[in-house]
Design a protein around this ligand. Sequence first.
Ligand code: MF3
Ligand code: CO
Length: 255
Amino acid sequence: MITIKTKDEIVKMRSACAMAARVLNAMVEYADVGVSTYDLDCFGRDLMMELGAQSACFHYPGRKSPYPAHSCISINDEVVHGIPSKNVFLKDGDIVSIDVSVFYNGYAGDNTKTVRIGNVSKEVERFVRVAEEALDLGIAQATAGNRIGDISHAIEVHAQKNRCGILRDFVGHGIGKNLHEDPQIPNFGPPHTGPILKPGMTLAIEPMLTFGNEKVFIADDGWTVKTVDGKLAVHCEHTILVTEILPEVLTLEKK
Ligand code: MF3
Ligand code: CO
């Protein structure tokens, strides 16, 4: 069942998502050469605590064990759900996706950015941009009367045009009181199919693209999703609100 948020719930979703964006953007600023992914996660955890927000991924149930950290940090060939580590330090040329989901005011906000550390090659820079463009194109389809498949298809077309692989087993999602709600939002699929979008739906749209082959596996830690061919992957995500007119991107920081 896809929930339609009331006016009051939308106000709360806005504040939860603004909070998720604030924490993510602060972590993006903090990410730099020499910082361990553990320190980066602790920085985010402390900021959430200070602002009265809770991590939505901390202790999220998993196949082997609950998720152990407060954000997901995935470097280079890690696509999603990378676990921060005291032994992993960001280095020049890395691309790092930082995925921050929080609960605040009883609602969830979810967003992800892929950060370039130091100098990345032109080719890698372009690859990251393709994923960001795919996200924007997907969001542009999230208008009342369109269907979920229109979002999926827009992302797929842009990824394929740029010869990127698309993760099949991980998808975007509805979001509200819970981090993951109906509907699922795949990053591929035929247009004009799936549930019809209505004002008041809130959706987390999140392209996960690979630079090569799209085969992935889950590492021994039970969480980290990595590319089989060892090539780079990008992840970016916004939470949006479907309205009568253009979609409202909720995960933009309120200055
Ligand atoms: N933004 C991630 C998602 O929607 C958050 C995952 S929480 C985790 O999948 F615990 F599953 F990592
Ligand atoms: Co998400």
